[in-house]
Design a protein. Sequence first.
Length: 247
Amino acid sequence: MYEITQLPLLFAVGTIAGFLNVMAGGGSSITLPLLIFMGLDSALANGTNRVAIFVQNIFAISSFRQQKVHQFKRSLQLSLLTLPGAVIGAVAAINISDAWFQRILGVVMIGIILSLFVSPAGKKQALEEKKHWLIYPVMLGIGFYGGFIQVGVGFIFMAALYHILRLNLVPVNMHKVFIVFIYTIPALGVFIYTGNVDWVLGLSLAAGNALGGWWSARFAVKGGERVIRLVLAAAILVMSLKLLQVF
C-alpha cells in the first residue's frame, strides 16, 4: 500500500520538475532521489521516472504547437538519431553504476553554463539552424546517456543544439522536448519489459510533470531566449554543485 502523502507529494514535485525539464533541464535530479527515498531501487526509480518524462513531453509538445512553435519533421529527424543509443543506454542502466559518470557530468555542466553566454563566432543565434554534420554523432551519444540515466540530458541537448546548429534557445527547447519524447519510447519499453516501473507512483508523478511541462513551454515562448538562458544557467549550476557533492 502507498502512504496517503506519497501521491500528492509526487504530483507537487513533478510539477516543479516538469517546469524545469522543459525550460532548462535537471528535473530528474529532484524526482529520482525522491523515488529512491520512497523505497524504490535505482533501476525501478529510473524506469518509473521515465513514465513522467514521457507524459510530460506530450503536454509540452502540445503547448509549443498551440503557440505555433514547431518543426516536427526536423525534430523527428534529430530524434531518430538518438534511438540506438537510447536503447543501449537503458539496457546498461539496469546493471551498471553511474557514480563516476555523475562526477564527470558535474564538471561538464559548469562548462555548459559558461558556453551558454558565449555565442559561436561572436554571432547572434538565429531561428533557422546552420547545417553541420557533427550533430549526427552527437545525437547518438546523447541518446545513450539519456537512455542510461536521463538526469541532466536536457542540458546536454540544449548545449549541442545551441552551439552546433546555432539556434536560439526557443527553438532549441522545442526540438529538445520532441527528441526526448521520441527516445523515451524505446527506453521506457526496456524498463517495462524488465519490470522496472511502478505505475501508481509513475502516473502520479507524470500528472505533475505534465502540468509543469505545459506551462513551462508557454513561459519559454513568452519569455524568450533571455529568460531561458537565466533559468538554464541557474538550474545547471545547482545540479553541478549537487553532482560534485558540494551539498
